[in-house]
Ligand binder design. Structure first.
Ligand SMILES: *Cc1c(COP(=O)(O)O)cnc(C)c1O
Length: 490
């Protein structure tokens, strides 16, 4: 539809019909004033009941009237006073509904960046509520009775877990890498394999981060092959570090070769140049034991003699958003002292959750407590049993099919886990399938706790693996509601 507007006259030209609507200035003029709206009985009652300040009422009323003007301008009839009042009532009500709220992730992507990556364990979430509303010893040494460091609480745990000499936690991994490069490689060179000068997504590109830090990126090798000798030949007296970047969101296949971390470290040692390792996800457990591809483990980097290893708190670690840096003490100390460390520091709330998460690993309970690992470790029979219950709740609208769960969030690009999916709509139903898949998907997103699936080949796919068993009750209720709506023809 083409839409033209000149002053108060607008033309809408549709494809099947042609309509010209002449709008009079009076349609705008007839809208009530802010004062008039606020004097309405319903608004006055709401304001009295909830004690809304006058300034809030005025701004919400203005917003609603602006909305009405925009609607009129695009050809809608002017709303009545009652309709405007109703809109204002809704807006005010929305203030009591948090904009950021829980959803159920049935998408089959365990670390879904759009859905907030890793859900926290009960203990980690509990640790947050424990410290959130209170003062804490965040930067207070209780023994000495004076100022302490926020990092000490978590550093010991990280060293114990990884065998590193020192550790530092910052806002996220992107900040950690930026801090490391800024503090140790500014105005110097960092050698990276051409196949690893990558984009991680969300505008995190290694060449850009390098530039931001003031370090000069020296790319060596080719897109598919980089040998140890390529690093060695590029070393000059301006080289600050050799850097490996884990290609966490894509996979090169075919004729490919990358120098191993051990080879890179060996060259670094010989030339007295340190090695940085951006692991991205970072993992403390061996993913291969769960039938996944091998994701490099933090302990392996530390053992190999890497100077600084960088990874995220909310990918396969399964904790809160955080950037974790472990490595050699003299290097970590330089990062701690750098002014940028203050700008990217972590807050007490996430620190509490990270400590609780790391404790699960030390206690050997990661796969029973940390949601991401519980999901990865769920046996197939259990998934199949739950998928069966979901289909039953859908009352014949769906069926159980074989599928794959993706780890996602920049981990294990080629790594998937076999799963059982609940499929709604699809090829067998031809044209109707698309409509059913979309309709059910919309209905599920509209639930009090929205349920998010994925659409593939005209089918809505719901994966029980990315849903915790304790959320099944909510899922079953929602699926039954959808089934009854469909049966009633809604
Ligand atoms: C995900 C990722 C990052 C960014 O980590 P955030 O915690 O999202 O800031 C950096 N490097 C690699 C290799 C990654 O996979």
């Amino acid at each position: 539809m083409l839409f033209l507007r000149c002053n108060s006259v607008s033309f809408e030209i549709g494809t099947e019909y042609c309509r010209i609507r002449v709008m009079m200035n009076s349609e705008f003029r007839n809208l009530p004033s802010v004062d008039h709206v606020l004097a309405h009985e319903h608004i006055r009652q709401l304001a009295d009941k909830h004690g809304y300040p006058h300034s809030l009422l005025v701004s919400v009323a203005r917003e609603s009237l602006d909305g009405a003007r925009r609607a009129i301008a695009s050809g809608s009839p002017p709303p009545s006073l009652d309709e405007i009042v109703k809109t204002i009532g809704h807006r005010l009500q929305e203030l009591d509904t948090p904009l950021l709220r829980p959803v159920i992730n049935a998408s089959g992507v365990l670390l879904h960046t759009n859905l907030g990556r890793a859900p926290l364990s009960k203990e980690a979430a509990g640790a947050i509520s424990e410290v959130a509303g209170k003062y804490t010893n965040l930067e207070f040494d209780l023994k000495a009775g004076r100022r302490g460091s926020r990092n000490v609480h978590v550093e010991g745990l990280l060293c114990q877990l990884t065998g590193a000499e020192a550790a530092l936690v910052v806002n996220n991994n992107a900040a950690g890498v930026l801090l490391g490069l800024t503090a140790l490689a500014k105005r110097k060179e960092v050698i990276v394999s051409r196949g690893q000068a990558v984009e991680i997504g969300g505008s995190f590109r290694i060449p850009d981060v390098m530039r931001q830090s003031g370090a000069r990126l020296v790319e060596v090798g080719t897109t598919n092959c980089t040998y140890a000798a390529d690093y060695e030949q590029a070393i000059t007296d301006r080289t600050a570090a050799l850097m490996r970047v884990h290609s966490s969101n894509f996979r090169l296949v075919g004729f490919v070769s990358q120098a191993t971390l051990e080879e890179i470290v060996e060259i670094g040692h010989r030339h007295n140049v340190t090695v940085f390792d951006d692991l991205g996800s970072g993992c403390f457990l061996d993913t291969a034991e769960f039938g996944l591809d091998s994701e490099p483990m933090v302990q392996q980097s530390v053992d190999a003699g890497v100077g600084l290893t960088f990874f995220s708190g909310d990918k396969l670690v399964g904790g809160p958003q955080a950037g974790i840096i472990v490595g050699q003490k003299q290097l970590v100390d330089k990062l701690k002292r750098h002014p940028m460390a203050r700008a990217v520091r972590i807050d007490k709330i996430r620190l509490a959750a990270l400590i609780a998460t790391l404790t699960h690993y030390l206690k050997g309970e990661a796969t029973t407590k940390i949601p991401v690992w519980r999901m990865i470790a769920t046996p197939m029979e259990e998934i199949e049993r739950r998928a069966g219950l979901w289909v039953e709740a859908l009352g014949g609208v769906g069926k159980v099919v074989d599928g794959e769960t993706m780890v996602g969030g920049g981990s294990l690009p080629g790594g998937t886990l076999p799963t059982k999916l609940v499929a709604v709509g699809g090829r067998s139903r031809k044209k109707k399938g698309t409509n059913i898949a979309q309709a059910v998907s919309t209905k599920l997103r509209d639930m009090p706790v929205p349920i998010i699936g994925r659409i593939s080949d005209d089918r809505l796919l719901l994966d029980p693996r990315s849903v915790l068993p304790e959320e099944d009750k909510t899922v079953l209720l929602a699926l039954r509601k959808v089934a009854s709506d469909i049966a009633k023809g809604h």
